[in-house]
Design a protein around this ligand. Structure first.
Ligand SMILES: [Zn+2]
Length: 111
């Protein structure tokens, strides 16, 4: 597998599959309230540039979490397979939630 270099940005999001086969989308975000990072349990203050991790589950359904950029890079990204860059415009939350309304086998296969 090619190792992806970099982090989500305004232009690019990242896509990969976790061990359960769930789609894992990493999207750059600015914190609008105080979040707690699942990676280190530390705080992400309002206004901080961070990584939104949106899962689109293999069997359907979505959920998302807010991570420090560095924690996502060090903990989460190394566990993902088939990592690739996706234009950020194609990873909007509404689009991913729509994607989660179907199980993996019945989604658009263009990617
Ligand atoms: Zn963290």
């Amino acid at each position: 597998m090619d190792r992806f270099e970099g982090e989500p940005s305004k232009r690019w999001s990242l896509f990969g599959l976790n061990e359960e086969g769930d789609e894992t989308w990493l999207i750059r975000g600015i914190a609008r309230k105080l979040y707690h990072c699942p990676g280190c349990h530390g705080e992400i203050p309002v206004g901080e540039d961070h990584t939104i991790v949106q899962f689109v589950r293999r069997l359907g359904g979505t959920d998302h979490h807010h991570w420090h950029r560095r924690c996502a890079e060090e903990i989460l990204i190394p566990e993902l397979g088939r990592l690739k860059k996706i234009p950020a415009a194609e990873s909007s939350q509404s689009r991913l939630e729509a994607r989660g309304r179907r199980p993996a086998g019945r989604r658009d296969r263009r990617r």
